[in-house]
Design a protein around this ligand. Structure first.
Ligand SMILES: [Zn+2]
Length: 392
């Protein structure tokens, strides 16, 4: 389903001439991600596997070479490979919208690592109070964008936050590129409370998209205005299996004048029924959500807006957690800005391909029988088996 030889072979790097083609470096990194090896050294220990000649058309480059060349790889080439995979999935009808009919592009920041010791020109800095006084901590952070489609959550692109800028500024740079590369891939952009920011909302309005963000106290005027109006309105009530929703929904707010159009505020007070395993007692925790959006009620009902608002959790739960815990995306393979971005983008790409393969190519019975991790371990076993037969 996902033939990618041409875009993969087209990826270049900054070496004047290299004995080892860039594509061999990229393929080796992707194999490391698919097998979830988690370190270049672990990858290097598999150099004796006969599979490398089949996969790369040559032996495995050394861990040092893979790390060094990754820092020179043309990031645009890696992104073009991501676009190719998106197009293939789109053509294969794998990216249909959820039931409410709208595809959201969800942006969120993610910290790759933090250290007091090593730093590079691309490091962000913050002062941390420790028991030994104030210390400067160095870290790298990216803004990633994922698409919430009906069956797949696709990690589409990422952009590093540069020294001296805030997360929203990096997100706008990311969105400028994504809307150019994937103009019709999504209907709205959304983020957490940080994105209840006029720059983000006006960007959406200027590009013919809608915006949605969690509304918290940082937009106090709007929140108070909505809260007051909601007091006089009876909520609409819905109940699913375990959650009771009381919802309020009004549009036409002009209390946020920095945004070019009036906005809509949706509130959902959610009461869950949870039976405690310990003593069988029923607990009813309540959470209260506010969202601000440009989406009109005519285009998204209250229920749809609440659903879209909650879809944002997926980037944390399925996106970042899986990337970090299963795919070792937070590991610093080489502390250099380009290398870190290249490793992150390739890991995102492997997560997309692997998930699409698992959900779309495996028969339902096979998906029930085995987990994605199990399939990854089978791949790893294939890589290791020649080593067991002929140890080096
Ligand atoms: Zn750094």
């Amino acid at each position: 389903m996902l033939k990618w030889d041409a875009p993969l072979e087209a990826i270049r790097d900054g070496r004047a001439q290299g004995r080892i083609p860039t594509s061999a470096i990229v393929r080796a990194v992707m194999a490391m991600c698919f097998c979830r090896l988690g370190s270049l050294n672990a990858l290097g220990h598999t150099a004796g596997s006969s599979l490398w000649r089949r996969w790369l058309g040559r032996g495995l480059p050394s861990p040092d070479t893979i790390g060094r060349v990754s820092g020179m790889v043309d990031v645009d080439g890696v992104r073009a490979l991501g676009r190719h995979i998106y197009e293939r999935l789109k053509r294969g009808k794998a990216l249909s919208p959820p039931a409410h009919g709208l595809i959201a592009a969800i942006v969120d920041g993610h910290e790759l690592h933090a250290t007091y010791k090593r730093h590079c020109p691309g490091c962000l800095e913050r002062t941390i109070r420790t028991s030994n006084g104030e210390r400067i901590q160095y870290y790298h952070r990216v803004v990633a964008l994922s698409l919430a489609t009906r069956d797949l959550r696709l990690m589409l692109d990422a952009e590093p936050i540069l020294p001296g800028e805030d997360e929203v500024a990096a997100a706008l740079r990311l969105l400028d590129r994504v809307v150019r590369d994937y103009p019709r891939a999504f209907d709205l952009v959304q983020g957490d409370a940080l994105y209840a920011d006029p720059r983000f909302f006006n960007w959406a309005i200027d590009h013919g998209k809608h915006a949605l963000a969690v509304l918290k106290n940082d937009r106090r005027d709007l929140l108070q205005d909505a809260g007051r109006l909601f007091e006089d309105i009876a909520p609409s009530l819905t109940q699913d299996r375990t959650v009771r929703h009381e919802c309020w929904d009004l549009e036409g707010f002009t209390t946020w004048p920095q945004v070019k159009t009036p906005v809509r505020v949706v509130r959902s007070r959610e009461t869950r029924s949870i039976r405690r395993q310990l003593d069988g007692q029923v607990e009813e925790p309540v959470s209260d959500w506010f969202w601000v959006t440009t989406l009109p009620q005519a285009q998204a009902s209250t229920g749809a807006a609440v659903q879209i608002g909650h879809d944002r959790w997926g980037i944390e739960n399925q996106g970042f957690n899986e990337l970090a815990n299963q795919y070792h995306a937070d590991h610093v393979y080489r502390h250099q800005s380009t290398a870190m971005l290249v490793f992150w983008l390739l890991t995102q790409l492997c997560l997309n391909v692997f998930t699409a393969f698992f959900r779309r190519n495996l028969k339902p019975a096979a998906r029930v029988a085995v987990s994605m991790l199990h399939v990854a371990r089978l791949l790893l076993a294939e890589l290791y088996l020649p080593l067991v037969r002929a140890p080096t």
